[in-house]
Design a protein around this ligand. Structure first.
Ligand SMILES: C[S@@+](CC[C@H](N)C(=O)[O-])C[C@H]1O[C@@H](n2cnc3c(N)ncnc32)[C@H](O)[C@@H]1O
Length: 271
């Protein structure tokens, strides 16, 4: 197995599992990803035919899809350092009237669930009324051992994140808004670390990591997306303002300690 230095600040064009097995164990601080959702593309309804990746289909039998995700997540568990975290974005899907919840396969992995974050995207593409409009996706904070405690300026965010999705993108159908990986990386990493996105698409996680001064590793099966990501990383400075705007939200008037000293917690408890 090659040392971790060989993978740093690289965007690797390849199949996720074939690449991950080459990365040494306990070597990466933090991972963030949004995998393909097995949306069945053109066969899944009018909406999902817009989510079609270049060079790869998103149409596995659900059982195979879940087994694949478990394998990927377990391989990521191996390479993340003890105490490290992985943030896994997915959503509740419905197929033939049945709800498919990500917890179905997440519970089969080696990860410990630390928190479920609801990503309120505030918009939905529904034109039918079979269900209330689904504006949420989920972000699962998974941990290997016990993570460090969040500092107050990060912990003040609630478990519902109101971040608008990236508007229509001509290169890729499912791009993260850069505020999302920025929030995660800035909250979790204290000092320089290594961030991985094993389904990196247009490289949003990697760009956020680079701007915040970390090393990154990206993997995507599509050469088009890898080429796009490399260009985007070269021009990362253009995105610094959006990253800084997210960082500016990470501020508190009073720390936990100050709140305690002022008796604010006691007062609340006595009510
Ligand atoms: C939801 S997108 C990720 C988008 C990314 N978060 C961004 O901001 O651009 C999922 C990505 O997984 C990639 N992918 C699908 N199957 C893959 C596989 N077997 N190995 C590696 N990448 C794969 C697709 O090409 C797609 O870019």
């Amino acid at each position: 197995m090659l040392p971790i230095e060989n993978f740093l600040n690289k965007v690797i064009n390849g199949d996720v599992l074939e690449v991950l097995v080459q990365i040494p164990s306990d070597s990466v601080d933090l991972g963030i990803t949004s995998p393909p959702y097995n949306k069945k593309e053109r066969y899944g309804g009018w909406l999902v035919d817009k989510v079609v990746y270049k060079g790869v289909r998103d149409v596995l039998p659900e059982e195979d899809y879940q087994k694949w995700q478990v394998d990927v997540l377990n391989e990521l568990f191996r390479i993340i350092k003890p105490g490290g975290s992985f943030f896994y974005n997915h959503k509740v899907r419905y197929e033939n009237g049945r709800m498919i919840h990500p917890i179905e396969w997440l519970l089969k992995t080696k990860w410990t669930f630390w928190q479920e974050i609801v990503w309120n995207r505030k918009i939905a593409g529904n034109i039918r009324g079979w269900r209330f409009w689904q504006v949420d996706e989920r972000i699962y904070w998974l941990v290997k051992g016990k993570p460090e405690e969040l500092r107050p300026e990060h912990a003040k965010f609630t478990s519902v994140w109101e971040i608008r999705p990236e508007p229509g993108h001509k290169e890729h159908p499912a791009v993260f808004p850069i505020e999302l990986p920025t929030r995660i990386i800035y909250s979790i990493l204290d000092g320089k670390g290594i961030v991985i996105d094993p389904f990196c698409g247009t490289g949003t996680v990697l760009v956020a990591a680079k701007i915040l001064g970390h090393d990154y590793i990206g993997v995507d099966i599509s050469k088009d997306y890898v080429d796009y990501t490399l260009k985007r990383l070269d021009q990362a400075e253009k995105e610094r303002n959006r990253v800084l705007k997210e960082i500016s939200l990470h501020a508190v008037e009073l720390t936990f300690e100050e709140r305690k000293e002022m008796g604010l917690w006691d007062r609340k408890l006595k009510k």
